[in-house]
Design a protein around this ligand. Structure first.
Ligand code: ARG
Length: 460
């Protein structure tokens, strides 16, 4: 079926129909399309286009179509131009000529904006929930290993010791900013566009506020041309989704490394790893590798729609139908990746002795020593120099930090005091970093409590 045709002497070619039809992907909007159409039917009744009997008849028909559409056979053989056309054809099959009134004063341009917003709002809410669940798993793991010491890295070289919860909280903060970005995207998505018509505003005095209330929108779009032209609400979501996948990819990379034989810190569950078809010993982190890989796909969706929109003249152009596949795919990949990431964290064990040994055998305590000298009156550059020489000497003689006795230390440089020798253990140096945001044990314990409280309040 077509929603147009009077002006044409012959119909579209098979190749054009095949090329331009969107039903095979925009059928995912069918629930949103029906909800929106029901709200629109009520608006039509309020302005006197439909009688209340007609309205009841249409609402019931829409309900029946929604039910029928749950069966995949519903879409079989349908060759309507898009989901909006399909729904109207089904309506005609049920209520005959009355269906011809449903599109009074409405354009598919605003309808597609409405449907996409309704669909996307739901996906954002689901992903937000999955994101919070994942963040909860990070905090649960932090609780499980409150005192575990690990080397923190810069340049992938051991830098300074941190608590494992401090490391996990770093990701918690990234993902909480991502949650904020999702909330901001949702606020822009959640504006009601109906009443805009094709581009100039509808010729009927619909109560837009009433439609918005009925569909759970927070407010109205303000300009009809903007509605037909804009997809930045979708781009906002894709941008937020890309950032989440970016953060997930870094997390995945860390954990792929940390669970390798070379690091040996993390043991991943059998339920989230796979074997090799040839090498019997393998336990591969495919779940994390896929999560790491998804950022390419999701960011690809973002750039895809971004470039589709670039330079389009106002207002609607059919190019914009290309918004849906990237948007749908990104929403699916985001939800899947968050679910997977959570399962990986829940499955993981930290072998605390491994990173602790890595911290102890390296010179992650060097900064602690230099700062202790500075606290005692040695100018920092000089202190840096002294500790640098201590490290060089240790590397030459194959000596681990803890092998230095207090006597040897003071003999090495008179600036050292015997008490400073305790800083040769990473746990001690961390205690000097109780500054807010630092890895001092008390600071981390406070930060963890604060994060737990924040997460609980976000779930409300
Ligand atoms: N399937 C179309 C889309 O997604 C619906 C809008 C069609 N509007 C039009 N003027 N051809 O963009």
């Amino acid at each position: 079926m077509k929603l147009w045709g009077g002006r044409f002497e012959s119909g579209p070619s098979e190749v054009f129909e095949r090329f331009s039809g969107s039903l095979h992907f925009d059928k995912r909007l069918i629930d949103a399309d029906i909800r929106g159409s029901q709200a629109f039917a009520r608006a039509l009744e309020r302005v006197g286009i439909l009688t209340s009997e007609e309205l009841q008849q249409l609402l019931a028909a829409f309900d029946a179509i929604r039910e029928e559409a749950k069966d995949p056979a519903f879409f079989q053989g349908a060759n309507d131009e898009d989901v909006h056309t399909l729904v109207i054809r089904k309506l005609k099959e049920r209520v005959g000529g009355l269906a011809d009134k449903i599109h009074t004063g409405r354009s598919r341009n605003e309808q597609v904006s409405l449907d996409t917003r309704l669909w996307l709002r739901e996906k954002i809410d689901r992903s937000r929930g999955l994101l919070l669940d994942f963040m909860g798993s990070l905090l649960a793991m932090a609780r499980k290993y409150p005192d575990a010491v690990v080397p923190g890295y810069t340049h992938l070289r051991r830098a300074q010791a941190v608590l494992w919860p401090h490391y996990l909280l770093a990701y918690f903060e990234m993902f909480d900013r991502d949650r904020e970005r999702l909330d901001q995207a949702r606020a822009r998505v959640n504006r009601m566009p109906l009443g805009s018509g094709a581009l100039a505003g509808s010729g009927f005095p619909f109560d837009r506020e009433a439609i918005a209330r009925e569909l759970g929108f927070d407010g109205l779009t303000r300009n009809s041309m903007d509605v037909s032209a804009d997809r930045d609400f979708a781009l906002d979501f894709l941008s937020a989704a890309s950032m989440i996948l970016l953060h997930l990819s870094r997390f995945a990379e860390d954990w792929i490394l940390y669970s390798s034989e070379e690091f040996g810190w993390l043991e991943l569950g059998d339920d989230v790893t796979s074997g090799s078809s040839l090498m019997p010993q393998k336990k591969n982190p495919d779940s994390l590798e896929l999560i790491r890989g998804k950022v390419g796909r999701v960011f690809g969706s973002y750039t895809s729609l971004f470039l589709t929109m670039k330079g389009l003249p106002l207002t609607y152009n059919r190019d914009m139908q290309e918004d849906k596949e990237p948007l749908f795919d990104a929403a699916d990949q985001l939800a899947g990746s968050l679910e997977m990431a959570r399962a990986v964290v829940d499955s993981a064990q930290l072998r605390v002795e491994k990173p602790a040994a890595a911290a102890e055998e390296s010179w992650v305590v060097a900064t602690d020593l230099a700062e202790a000298l500075a606290r005692n009156g040695t100018p920092f550059h000089k202190a840096h120099q002294i500790v640098g020489r201590l490290v060089l000497e240790s590397v030459r003689s194959g000596k681990a930090p803890a092998q230095w006795t207090p006597e040897e230390l003071t003999a090495f440089a008179p600036e050292f005091t015997p008490e400073m020798a305790k800083l040769l253990r990473p746990q001690e140096g961390m205690k000097t970093r109780e500054i807010a945001g630092g890895t001092g044990p008390k600071a981390v314990s406070r930060a963890l409590e604060e994060a737990e409280a924040r997460l609980a309040s976000l779930r409300l």
